[in-house]
Design a protein around this ligand. Structure first.
Ligand code: CP3
Length: 363
């Protein structure tokens, strides 16, 4: 059935955000479209490079739908990348085989003048077109998740020019020239709001902000570069689209996750693999949320099976899945992994995971 933007029946994924805990929680998985699926590898080979796939709305919509067809997840996540933002700004991105993303590093504040928020339109337009196609082709009960990288995480790639183990280049710049680094973060806040707005206006139902490297900062810097920019993005999106829930994923934040949730105003917390279940189950429940800016009583928890248990499968995976489900029973909860699916994951283990979650009932 074709569904017009904004008229889709909302489906199970949105219910926890309305404060409802379901007998069986909704499920989707980070990186659910990707190299572990043979049908993804086939389309990827046909497209050529990864970015040729991202900027081809027909193919990007097709790979977004692949895991929905195979597993019937409660949500599809737009197939794109957080590094589309620097690419669209004029810092060309490429993906070299086996090397991950490569950008020409932005050494200091002087290089920022080469980046233009006004240059992003054509590439964002292609992403919007993918979302529009998905809105038409997705089953009406499947929610569509749009996303961006958080400014801090995107900045780490822009400054380093590639992935790194400690994000040192960005951390050093931020310490040496706080005002200059703030300019980069401010630009990313502005452009991320544009990128998300474009996705919501094309039909995304829920948003997720990926802050993969939130855990590499001490508390004052975490506040400055993770909390404040995220808070600005959430505030701008809430002003334009108050009904679109936003999930934050401050990977590695540990104890600071509580501060992150109460300060940024996100509706949901994506928990990484290392977040202890007692924090997921208890610390975020009820009154602790009420001192934040929105004073919401409940925060939706999303997570957090170790992606490597999905590689292993069998009793080790099954035991942990049941543990997480039991712990989160009766709470507004979305089942997910603690980080993205890895390429060596056997697709049949994903099928078993979905079956387990769907068969479980709060007891
Ligand atoms: O299915 C989905 O999750 C939706 C699409 C999506 C991708 N990347 C596709 C992708 C999403 C939401 C992302 C987010 C992303 N991209 C993050 C944040 C989440 C996280 O995993 O921590 C980050 C840090 C990136 C940057 C990025 N993109 C890296 C470091 C890499 C190389 C590593 C790798 O896995 O190859 C990518 C490439 C990428 N993005 C792939 C996919 C499916 C693999 C590309 C391929 O086909 O070769």
């Amino acid at each position: 059935m074709a569904v017009k933007p904004g008229t889709a029946p909302k489906g199970r994924l949105l219910q926890p955000f309305a404060g409802q805990s379901l007998a069986t929680p909704p499920i989707w998985l980070m990186r659910q479209a990707g190299r572990y699926l043979p049908e993804y590898r086939a389309v990827r080979a046909k497209a050529g490079g990864f970015l040729d796939l991202v900027y081809n709305p027909a193919l990007a919509a097709d790979v977004t739908l692949q895991p929905i067809r195979r597993y019937g997840f409660d949500a599809a996540i737009l197939f794109s990348d957080i590094l589309v933002v620097p690419d669209a700004l004029g810092q060309p991105l490429r993906f070299a085989e086996g090397e991950g993303p490569l950008l020409e590093p932005i050494g200091d504040v002087k290089n920022l003048s080469r980046l233009r928020a006004s240059a992003t339109r054509p590439k964002f337009q292609l992403v919007a077109e993918t979302v529009q196609r998905l809105r038409q082709d997705l089953p009406s009960e499947t929610a569509l998740i749009g996303f961006c990288g958080a400014p801090w995480t995107v900045a780490t790639y822009m400054v380093e020019g590639k992935g790194s183990k400690d994000q040192a280049a960005a951390r050093l710049w931020a310490y040496r020239d706080r005002d200059g680094f703030q300019k980069l973060i401010d630009l990313l806040v502005e452009v991320s709001i544009d990128y998300l707005t474009c996705q919501v206006e094309a039909g995304a139902d829920v948003l997720q902000i990926f802050d993969t490297w939130a855990g590499s900062l001490p508390d004052d810097e975490f506040d400055r570069w993770v909390v404040e920019p995220t808070k600005a993005i959430v505030a701008a999106m809430k002003e334009k689209h108050p009904d679109v829930p936003i999930v934050g994923f401050p990977r590695g934040a540990g104890g600071a996750a509580l501060w992150y949730v109460t300060e940024t105003g996100v509706d949901g917390l994506g928990c990484d693999t290392a977040m202890p279940p007692y924090m997921m189950g208890e610390a975020f429940d009820g009154e602790l949320r009420t001192f934040g800016p929105t004073g919401k009583e409940k925060i939706v928890i999303q997570g957090n099976l170790d992606p490597l248990l999905l590689v292993v499968g069998g009793p080790a995976m099954e035991e942990r899945v049941t543990e997480i489900l039991d712990l989160m029973a009766g709470k507004p909860f979305i089942f997910n992994l603690g980080h993205g699916i890895v390429p060596q994951t056997p697709p049949e283990n994903v099928a078993r995971l979905v079956e387990l979650v769907r068969a479980w009932k709060a007891g």
